[in-house]
Design a protein around this ligand. Structure first.
Ligand code: NOJ
Length: 736
């Protein structure tokens, strides 16, 4: 019954779309393929004329709901065919209520929370008339210099796939037709995060096998989860810019994955094809992009200017245009825009409502990763403190805690750490604030002596360090990823004042912390935690909750190690802790030999400072009794892997239990470890739980030498633990 009605719906949709296309002239069809930037401006006569002429399929950057409704009205009532518009906006990690940046959300390893966060973002954005967002960003990010690592889910394809699919579900809801659902866009297809030297927009070179096994995985997951649209990357991938890359857009996306939504270019990226040197002129760019499978052009106007002439000259088949238009119209239909293109803001929840703030606070709390807690300095007990020194440029910066790319974020809703701490400890405890630096980049140390002296009088020193929002995000890449400005010096000055240092770092990327980590006694890495960041930080500092975040990305010791990621290949000469030589220990006149040498750096070894999956808790988790229910598994079977996890600490806490495997031999080499599952469990002190993972042999598939998916018989190692360096190990074999 259900199938019949689903089939009927498809037929009705196809009929509707076909009959509409049959009525459209070429210019109207091309109009649907154009998205124009309205830059938040009032409805001009020029825009009105373009809308009435049917020259526009979508607008971007208008969030005044009255104007959006007016723009829709002109499109629907004053154009010949009355086709409603897609209203696009970057809703990346919140709308008015801002959630942690995506890399922070990834540190929660909590798919349900990521979905809930996207839902509240969709509801708020829909209230402004937005029906299409350009998220999630699914680019695997293994280079912390890249500014957009902030918008990513980190370095691992499995984690990014799970969280990307969750975000798609949150935006799109049960049905796109529901009030408050908005279309998602999986971006940037593909390989954008591998920009050379972490410099945004720079060239990417990714071998096809790595592309398939790593970079494409999260996109495939998003497409499977029903993502309505996909955006091309600005990048040049292996010599063919992604916006003209038929291998990506036709072969992989459409033919292999069966994607039925539509593809939008990135901002001006069709126009950029000429600048890349792929085409000689804009007409050539329009032709390459349309033929490769870009259905809608964002911002630039090569489609508007040249597609008709390309069809008339016989260079481009009109069927390419018809297919693109059909896909775009199908989304408009699915969103219910033909029935009701208008937004009634009052029918949607208010901005910054309690539920939204609760989700933002919980997500921020779960995104924070505790990286150090010497002498169990944390949590603090508000009852025994008389005075607290709060120091640093990010303690009371309502806008800076929101993070990159938050056009609509309302910093008036922000609760800063200083504010939250004051509220949490009440009037009994003196809280003294010393900003010490104008910004995180300030190099002026004049105030440091006095600040250290004054702060040193308090019972405890809380430092709020890191990067402002603008230091990460699109085109905001850094070659040096230390704490900027004189922050390291400020840490040293305060440490010298004799009090233990508790640091909270707010940043858009992993930073190299090697030069300060020994001076800091306890460290919470809070990313850019969003609107409720202050409350969330205070929740953890005072032990109302235990930290539970785990790193979704490795933290290098030194920027020269980049890329450093846990799921690398073994190489023929893998390093080990007892076989590395330090640069200081090399004799004069030492002779060069390759014997016994391995893949490490003379000055930094090979390990990151903090590995993927790592994060401390106020509890103390112990792992034991790792076992597989069988030693041999046959193709098509499921293996049950379990381990006991006990909370040996004295407080209730959440642990993210992680499952890793290694496929020892493959027809292409396999990573030294691969995340295959994770589960978040909450344990009371003294409680033990057996955590079980079901691993189907399909989960062992990879793309082999011929770029086909293969599952190979052989030996596998298995680890379960609290990070990618989990030690509890077992194994199994897969037999045909
Ligand atoms: C450029 C960015 O690369 C993309 O992620 C974003 O969605 C568009 N601009 C629209 O603002």
């Amino acid at each position: 019954m259900e199938n019949t009605s689903a089939l009927q719906l498809v037929r009705e949709t196809d009929d509707f779309v076909a009959s509409l296309i049959a009525q459209m002239d070429l210019a109207e069809k091309i109009g649907q393929m154009c998205q124009i930037d309205v830059a938040g401006e009032a409805l001009s006569e020029e825009l009105k004329a373009r809308l009435s002429a049917g020259e526009v399929g979508s607008i971007i950057n208008q969030v005044d709901v009255e104007l959006v409704n007016e723009i829709q009205r002109v499109a629907v009532e004053e154009s010949r065919l009355g086709i409603p518009l897609l209203i696009g906006r970057d809703v990346i990690h919140g709308f008015k209520t801002v959630l942690p940046i995506p890399i922070g959300q990834a540190a929660s390893w909590n798919r349900d929370l990521v979905e809930a966060g996207a839902r509240i973002s969709a509801l708020e954005a829909a209230r402004a008339g937005v029906n299409w967002t350009f998220a999630p960003m699914l680019d695997i990010a293994r280079d912390p210099r890249w500014g957009r690592v902030a918008e990513s889910f980190g370095e691992d394809p499995f984690l990014a796939s799970v969280l990307g699919a969750a975000m798609v579900s949150g935006f799109q809801g049960q049905s796109l037709r529901d009030n408050g659902s908005i279309a998602a866009c999986a971006k940037h297809f593909a390989g954008y995060g591998a920009a050379e030297s972490g410099r945004d927009y720079a060239t990417t070179n990714i071998p096809e096998n790595e592309l398939r096994n790593v970079y494409l995985q999260p996109f495939h997951a998003a497409v499977t989860a029903g993502a309505a649209t996909v955006m091309t990357s600005f990048g040049d991938l292996n010599g063919i810019p992604c916006t003209a890359n038929g291998f990506l857009l036709r072969q992989i996306l459409r033919e292999e994955w069966g994607f039925s939504g539509f593809v939008v270019s990135d901002w001006d990226s069709v126009f950029h094809l000429k600048i890349h040197g792929l085409t000689a002129d804009d007409a050539g760019s329009a032709l390459e992009a349309a033929q490769a499978g870009v259905d809608m052009e964002m911002a630039s106007t090569t489609y508007k200017q040249y597609l008709a002439q390309l069809v008339e000259q016989g260079k481009l088949s009109e069927s390419v245009i018809d297919q693109a238009v059909a896909r775009i119209l199908r989304l408009k239909l699915a969103l219910g825009l033909f029935e009701n293109p208008y937004t009634e803001p009052e029918a949607l929840p208010a901005y910054g409502n309690t539920q939204a703030l609760d989700v933002a606070r919980q997500t921020a709390r779960e995104s924070i990763v505790m990286l150090k807690n010497a002498e169990t300095l944390l949590p603090l007990s508000a009852n025994t403190l008389r005075s607290i020194a709060v120091v640093g440029p990010l303690a009371d910066a309502p806008y800076e805690q929101l993070g990159t790319w938050i056009f609509d974020g309302d910093s008036a809703l922000s609760v800063t750490p200083l504010e939250a701490i004051r509220r949490r400890v009440g009037p009994e405890v003196e809280v003294n604030f010393f900003q010490a630096m104008a910004t995180s980049r300030d190099r002026n140390t004049d105030a440091f002596e006095a600040v250290a002296e004054a702060a040193g009088q308090s019972d405890v020193v809380l430092m709020f360090l890191g990067e402002e929002s603008i230091l990460s995000g699109e085109a905001h890449c850094r070659a040096d990823i230390n704490l900027p400005g004189a922050q390291a010096e400020l840490v040293r000055k305060l440490k010298a004042a004799g009090k233990p240092i508790i640091a909270v770092i707010l940043a858009g990327r992993p930073l190299t912390l090697t030069n300060v980590i020994d001076e800091i006694d306890a460290l919470l890495f809070a990313w850019h935690p969003g609107t409720m960041g202050g409350e969330a930080i205070s929740d953890l500092l005072f032990g109302d909750f235990s930290p539970s975040g785990k790193l979704p990305v490795s933290f290098p010791r030194h920027v020269g190690q980049v890329p450093v990621y846990y799921n690398h290949k073994n190489s023929g000469k893998p390093p080990s802790d007892d076989a590395i030589v330090h640069i200081d220990d090399i004799d004069a006149n030492a002779t060069q030999t390759s014997l016994g040498m391995t893949a490490f750096h003379l000055d930094e070894g090979f390990r990151p400072l903090f590995p993927f999956g790592f994060g401390l808790s106020y509890a103390d988790f112990a792992y034991a009794k790792l076992s597989c229910d069988k030693q041999q598994v046959r193709l098509g079977e499921t293996l049950r892997i379990s381990a006991e996890v006990s909370n040996q600490g004295s407080c209730k806490a959440i642990e993210t239990v992680q499952l890793y495997i290694r496929d020892l031999v493959g027809n292409v080499t396999r990573p030294v470890r691969e995340l295959k599952g994770f589960r978040r469990i909450e344990l009371e002190p003294g409680q033990t739980e057996t955590v079980t993972f079901d691993l189907h042999t399909d989960d062992l598939a990879f793309f082999g030498r011929d770029q086909q998916r293969v599952i190979e018989a052989g030996e596998f190692r298995v680890w379960i633990g609290g990070s990618s360096e989990a030690e509890l190990e077992t194994g199994f074999s897969l037999i045909d």
